[in-house]
Design a protein around this ligand. Sequence first.
Ligand code: DWN
Length: 418
Amino acid sequence: MITTAPHRSITACRSCGAGPLETLMAFGQSPLADRLTVPGGSEPEYRAPLTLCHCPACSLCQLRETVEPDILFHSAYPYFSSVSPALVAHFTDSAQCLIDSFSQASDVFVVEAASNDGTMLAPFQAAGHRVLGIDPAAAPVAEARRKGIPTDQVFFTAGHARHIRDRHGPADLFIANNVLAHVADVNDFVAGIAILLKDQGCAVIEVPSLMALVDDCAFDTIYHQHLLYLSLTALAPLFSRHGLVLTDAEKVWVHGGSFRLRIARHGAPSARLLDLMAEEARRDMGTRAFFDPFLQRIRTLCDETRAAVTDLANQGMRIAAYGAAAKGTTLLHMLDLPAGALRHVYDKSPWKAGKAMPGSGLVIRPAPELSRDDVDAVLLLAWNFADEILSENRRFLEAGGQFLIPVPKLRHVRRPAP
Ligand code: DWN
């Protein structure tokens, strides 16, 4: 049974409060990504309007709708950072660089918001530093605690930052990877960073890049959990409003292209930050001229991908999907393939097996079964891990199987990499 999820629609910018917001694209009543369902279960399938907007005043790209966070980050929220070895390596490497930068300091206190299953905090703890995770999702928090990572099962807010500071003292380092874009009250979140940090402390935050999203046509990363679509141009005034300064930004590959930001109470912008902001200014990211070609590319990509799947089906091929990613929900919603065009979806995450993707209802099967099942082609929904997934499925390719990879541009992979 399809149910409209409780949600609010905003009229003023989530960051600067200006209005009205300019609508860029309406995706319609879209399923809630990552809210997997139980096949044949009685749970309602939630949908909500999904509308991408833009603030003419501070140029922040954002969703018009805020779905109730307890619905989005529900008790069975199935995302675990540790599922992808490449992602674990990325966060471990990042942690090690930060640990090295604290090598002369003692009693370093590290707090991470959206700490998930503790993947990022574990190296700090192993290096002898005090750590504290913050995450609202029950299953990843249980996994973090099982690994000995102290974790508060709450959303990070200014109020909780005050509670942490009163209980543990100020933090030397605050980490927040892939969470800032999920926060409805982003001013409260940033105010929390300002409350929590020592005077010489710093925050290291990874956020998906709006420019990478547009350049790679990664429209499927637009879903209800992602309330903000971030540019450096829009981020700088957000931090300065709370007495913080954006001092550095570095492009990183994760989640289709992100920034690793460095924020502190004091400091001058690095040369690469200035270069990146100049690039954004050159691209006129605050204007419709920047978005209009992207909106057209979405339609073209969907038409081409839909035609490719239909063509394979017309050849009698048995087609499935691969990677029950949150982004896959938006992609399948926009493709609107005929029922039965895809048989099911493969995924290596043990927490997802046996459930079904929202919207499409595709049942999730363990990834290793791909090479045993009668499937001729798979549509890769987790395209951000294409290299890793193609490498893990060499046998399927060697046996004549093929991958359709829709983003950033539709391509067929019919043989394993040399
Ligand atoms: O904001 C979010 C972003 C940062 O990460 C969260 N809402 C959830 C998540 O988005 P996502 O679900 O699109 O995440 P991924 O990591 O892009 O999804 C990948 C899916 O593919 C996972 O369910 C795991 C699966 N997978 C697989 O089956 N084989 C992943 C790899 C690397 C693999 O080899």
